[in-house]
Design a protein around this ligand. Structure first.
Ligand code: FES
Length: 319
């Protein structure tokens, strides 16, 4: 992973539905961009300190451009609205190099990809990669209606269209996809990948667990979470910097440290991307992220400081 930012220009913008645009980003001089793996995302730097992550959804074999799909979320904290309002064909912006926190499992026999709404985006790149590798997979694209879902025509016309299963609730009498049937067709070496609204993902994952999917074969990518905020004030000692701060109830550890002059890198600010992960040297974190696994949280030796707080009056962090 590199921290170096890349300058790119929007080569093409497509309004797929009323709420979803896709952007193709290219190097201004036409050079190839860094290669990426299926499941990877990039940070878009949107101005006014807004940095947001979006999954890459084009074929990973083609690094001449990156494609992202962005749903305009009226309840967003500004990121998706900024994409829709500020990024047009010809706009130059800065992005991070691709990072992959949602990789395909190398040794999966069969892959079940289930995307809900705009959560389809990482699944599209995964489908390209699996198809190119000749690996068996099924892609389920679930949404409320065909008219609000992007990339439907692209998937229907793809080289792997026979592996794509669409389920639009309004075409099935308002019923959700039959996950029991989906998982009944899964194989003993199947891996599940899911991305979409939180309630949808919870439903997919809990059904998979009920059907006997072990946790190690369930892979998920959150793109929006509700972070519990607030709590008691506590003290943080950043040992490597020799700085002590009091984190007030209405601020995060990252904000308190930034105020004290430390440069703390954050991105999603909701505990999903891992950018602000740091080691805990003393004290008990109050984990509020969805990035660490339950086992990692129990170890209490690392934490995400954009959202997690403290159960003990004092934390010592390796910052
Ligand atoms: S900034 Fe993304 S997890 Fe903290």
């Amino acid at each position: 992973m590199t921290d170096e930012l890349l300058s790119v220009v929007v080569r093409k913008r497509v309004q797929h539905t009323e709420g979803v645009v896709s952007l193709e980003l290219v190097d201004p001089q036409g050079k190839a961009l860094p290669v990426f793996e299926a499941g990877a995302h990039i940070d878009l730097h949107l101005g006014d300190n807004l940095v947001r992550q979006y999954s890459l959804c084009n074929d990973p074999a083609d690094s001449s451009f990156y494609q992202v799909g962005v749903l305009k979320d009226p309840s967003s904290r500004g990121g998706s609205v900024a994409v829709h309002e500020r990024l047009h064909e010809g706009t130059t912006l800065q992005i991070s190099a691709p990072r992959n926190l949602f990789p395909l499992a190398e040794h999966a026999g069969h892959s079940v990809l289930i995307g809900g709404g705009i959560g389809i985006t990482p699944m599209i790149a995964m489908a390209y990669a699996l198809h190119a590798a000749g690996k068996p997979f099924d892609l389920y694209y679930c949404g409320r209606s065909r008219s609000t879902c992007a990339f439907v025509d692209d998937l229907a016309g793809s080289a792997f269209a026979d592996r794509v299963h669409f389920h639009f609730d309004d075409e099935h009498g308002g019923t959700r996809v039959d996950l029991d049937a989906v998982f009944a067709r899964a194989e003993s070496d199947s891996h599940l990948y899911t991305c979409g609204p939180n309630g949808f993902m919870e439903w997919v994952m809990s059904t998979a667990r009920d059907k006997g999917f072990p946790e190690a074969r369930i892979h998920k990518e959150f793109f929006q979470v509700e972070v519990e905020t607030g709590g008691e004030a506590f003290e943080v000692y950043a040992e490597a910097s020799g700085v002590t701060v009091t984190v007030q109830p209405d601020e995060t550890i990252a904000q308190a440290l930034n105020k004290a002059g430390l440069k703390i890198k954050v991105s999603c600010e909701q505990g999903t991307c891992g950018t602000c992960l740091c080691d805990v040297l003393e004290g008990i974190p109050d984990h509020r992220d969805v990035f660490l696994t339950d086992e990692e949280k129990e170890d209490n030796d690392q934490m995400l400081i954009c959202c997690s707080r403290a159960k003990s009056p004092r934390l010592v962090l390796d910052i």
